[in-house]
Ligand binder design. Structure first.
Ligand SMILES: Nc1ncnc2c1ncn2[C@@H]1O[C@H](COP(=O)(O)OP(=O)(O)OP(=O)(O)O)[C@@H](O)[C@H]1O
Ligand SMILES: [Mg+2]
Length: 232
């Protein structure tokens, strides 16, 4: 599959979704991060035509690929898709993450509108609700988005990623979720074997992270299945 992860808003979880939801369930697909693409190291936030063409060319060479478009480049990426007419068809899906915050919800609607204007099939635009609170009534919390965008995108209120501390912990870990799960260190025995409080605390933190990873991984398997109708 070839997937673009896109939203005009920053901090909705585009990178988290690319790395932790999609990549491990797409044969370890390459992630192309469109952050501030600039060859000379300056902070130029526009994507040049050639750079866009290069991205699209490398996409065509791969079976599975994820393009994670940083918020500052989304506007430009949309413009280039208009300019290079038909390039949007090289993606199987556009994943639009959203969160329950007013600005991000407005930006989500604008993102879906623009994708719709590019004639992208509603089946190919899929919303993922991120940082969801377990107590949220999804249909009520996201009622406006669902009402306004349901005809332009696939909006399934079961396509959820719950707010979870694991994602914060992953930033200071060099391990993936799978590596955390497959870590077969016997932390319980190690905790019992030491009287050092600091070591005990570190070990129980690691045990906690592993347990969070197991829970989140199961949730993400389910989210992937809801989105694409198949098991990872
Ligand atoms: N489900 C979640 N629970 C808790 N924290 C999360 C969750 N999803 C994302 N985060 C955190 O929110 C922050 C923003 O996520 P991320 O970097 O993926 O956003 P982004 O959309 O890629 O932003 P940008 O457009 O700036 O690149 C990160 O610190 C990430 O760890
Ligand atoms: Mg990002």
């Amino acid at each position: 599959m070839k997937i673009a992860v896109i939203n005009f808003s920053g901090n909705v979880g585009k990178s988290v979704i690319s790395q932790h939801l999609l990549q491990p369930r797409m044969n370890d697909a390459k992630i192309i991060a469109v952050e501030s693409i600039n060859s000379d190291g300056t902070n130029n936030e526009t994507i040049k035509g050639k750079e866009f063409a290069d991205i699209m060319e490398s996409i065509s060479e791969m079976d599975d690929v994820i393009v994670d478009i940083g918020a500052s480049n989304v506007e430009d990426f949309m413009k280039k898709m208009k300019l290079f007419s038909g390039s949007q068809d090289d993606f199987d899906y556009f994943i639009v993450p959203t969160i329950n915050k007013p600005k991000q919800l407005t930006d989500t609607q604008s993102t879906i509108n623009e994708l719709h204007e590019l004639d992208i099939d509603p089946e190919c635009i899929k919303v993922v609700f991120n940082m969801v609170d377990i107590d949220d009534n999804m249909k009520r919390v996201f009622a406006d988005l669902i009402d306004d965008c349901d005809h332009m995108a696939t909006i399934n209120t079961k396509a959820i990623i719950y707010e979870n501390e694991l994602f914060t912990r992953l930033k200071s870990e060099s391990k993936s979720i799978a590596e955390l799960i497959n870590d077969d260190t016997d932390y319980k025995t190690q905790i019992q074997a030491t009287d050092n409080r600091i070591t005990r605390r570190e070990l129980s933190h690691k045990l906690g992270t592993k347990r969070l990873a197991i829970g989140v991984s199961k949730q993400l398997d389910n989210t992937f299945k809801v989105l694409f109708g198949k098991k990872a």
